[in-house]
Design a protein around this ligand. Structure first.
Ligand code: ZN
Length: 534
């Protein structure tokens, strides 16, 4: 039998594939080739220093690198999208790790550049302190609390604030609080209730004169630079190991995994530098803010609740588009991503609903909460956390009483009211829509109902049916008289027997059995028990 070159190549390819399969499935770690192809090696003892957070023309990368590279056996990497510019003289042995993918190069694999078992992320301007990196590593390895995956030390005199952090992925929210701290200072208070479980091995001398390894357990650090030390494999198990700002990025990813940071009392020196000019300070602040915004956007954090309870919103507003596209099959895109309605959108929906309800009330338009909106009101006094609009029923005969509806009905053209809400006739059928604004199309749908002519008992009907389960006619007796329910912070008009009304529309037990609008596309059960926050 003759073998053509083509057959030979095919056979070789199959053999190689089988070898790789064997390598990955049957003999993990059996040969160096296998290990290389599968995972990051555990590494050699030691700590690699990575410099990542530096900016602008005034950075201190060269001197910071020099200071740490002078420590015996500490490799230093400068990680950046582009080489520091203007060019800086890096000391011998300090490598630049390019993080920018380029079409003519292999993809950046920073994890392959670190050969030691531990890494320290060092902020610009820090200076090495003899023995401190080693001590941080020893503390990390000795700590009994398995949740502590990062050991931190301040740089300079200012101590970072030690915060608790809860990341709720579904709710697009990061909640900061005051951490339940072990100790405030060196010379801490051992009499508190947490005094029994310190981060170090008590009385275990790690070979330096600083016996005090107690620290604060934090979910996040904020407000001052810090060196973070962790196991190399932990750092590179993160999807964003080197995303800036490093401390914020690592805090958020750590919180999403239940990891904690142990902030030691010891600190690294900060290089003395002339105070920045107000202009430079502003520029640095702007750059940091922009980095933070990019990071939060990347992580899908649209709301930060700060320790004092104040809120920082990063989602949609009156002058932006809404956060999600057209909803098809009753399933907004965020549900497929395993998230619920962005908090900015819920806030805008509540504001629109309160505004519309007040306008209808003031104009004497008979109205009531409909469908999923009534369901949310009865269930929790609010919009259902994964809902994307608000539905309100109105008497069609009352439309002329509301000036905005009357204007839209008369002209067929949309109207923007003085508060910036945008009223229009829906293109999908015989109903009205009030949007949060002209650009942000979060909306309340107003469904004009009327008494069906010719029936014995009065039945409410309408002209446009969307084919949803809850889209059915109902006896007018539910509306005479109207009742009230609490909704989005106000008393809203509702059918006088909300349970009877909802069970007629959705089926028995609907109040007690939450489900997504279209379980055929995605079911709630897929997402509960899959809690990402703690
Ligand atoms: Zn939004």
């Amino acid at each position: 039998m003759r073998i053509t070159p083509c057959q030979a190549a095919l056979a070789a390819a199959i053999a190689l594939n089988l070898l790789l399969l064997l390598c990955s499935r049957l003999l993990p770690g059996a040969s160096p080739a296998c290990r290389r192809s599968r995972r990051v090696p555990d590494g050699v003892p030691g700590v690699t220093v990575i410099l990542r957070d530096f900016d602008g023309p005034d950075h201190d990368v060269a001197a910071t690198a020099r200071s740490f590279a002078a420590l015996p056996g500490v490799p230093v990497l400068v990680a950046a999208e582009t080489s520091p510019y203007p060019p800086v003289p890096l000391p011998a042995g300090v490598a630049v790790l390019s993080l920018r993918p380029e079409p003519h190069r292999p993809p950046p694999r920073p994890e392959l550049a670190v050969r030691t078992r531990h890494v320290a992320l060092v902020p610009d301007g820090a200076r090495a302190a003899p023995g401190l990196l080693r001590r941080m590593r020893d503390v990390l390895e000795a700590v009994e609390d398995g949740g502590v995956k990062v050991v931190a030390a301040a740089v300079g005199r200012r101590r970072p604030r030690c915060l608790s952090l809860e990341v709720d992925i579904k709710a697009w929210t990061a909640r900061y609080g005051h951490a339940d701290r072990r100790s405030d200072q060196r010379g801490d208070n051992h009499g508190d209730q947490h005094g029994d479980n310190h981060g170090d091995q008590r009385g275990d001398n790690h070979g330096d004169q600083h016996g005090d390894n107690h620290g604060d357990r934090c979910g996040a650090l904020d407000g001052a630079p810090a060196v973070l030390l962790l196991r190399t494999r932990d750092l590179f198990s993160l999807p964003f190991p080197l995303t800036r700002p490093v401390v914020t990025s690592l805090s958020l990813q750590a919180a999403a995994r239940g990891w904690r940071l142990l902030l030691l009392p010891a600190s690294f020196p900060l290089a003395p530098r002339p105070p920045p000019s107000p202009h430079d300070q502003r520029r640095a602040q702007t750059a940091l803010e922009s980095q933070r915004r990019t990071l939060l956007d990347l992580f899908g954090i649209k709301l930060e609740v700060l320790p004092d309870g104040s809120r920082r919103w990063h989602g949609c507003a009156k002058d932006t588009p809404r956060c999600f596209g057209t909803v098809l099959r009753q399933t907004p895109e965020y549900l497929l991503a395993g998230r619920w309605t962005p908090p900015c959108c819920l806030r805008a929906l509540r504001a629109t609903a309160r505004h519309v309800l007040a306008q209808l009330e003031a104009a004497g338009v008979r109205h009531w909460l409909e469908g999923g909106t009534l369901l949310g009101a009865v269930r929790l006094g609010d919009i259902i956390p994964w809902d994307y609009d608000v539905d309100v029923g109105i008497y069609r005969d009352d439309v002329p009483k509301c000036r905005w509806l009357a204007a839209v009905a008369a002209t067929g053209r949309p109207v923007e009211d003085p508060q910036g809400f945008f009223w229009e006739k829906a293109t999908e059928g015989e109903f009205y829509r009030v949007h949060f604004s002209r650009s942000n199309r979060l909306h309340v749908d107003l469904w004009p109902f009327y008494v069906r002519p010719g029936g014995a008992a009065a039945v409410m009907t309408k002209d446009t049916w969307l084919g949803h389960r809850q889209d059915v006619e109902f006896p007018e007796s539910f509306l005479v008289p109207l009742g009230t329910v609490t909704f989005a912070g106000v008393a809203a008009k509702a059918p006088n027997d909300p349970r009877g009304f909802l069970e007629l529309k959705f089926g028995p037990g609907v109040i007690e059995s939450p489900e997504y609008p279209n379980p055929g596309v995605r079911r709630l059960a897929q997402d509960v028990g899959n809690k990402t926050s703690r």
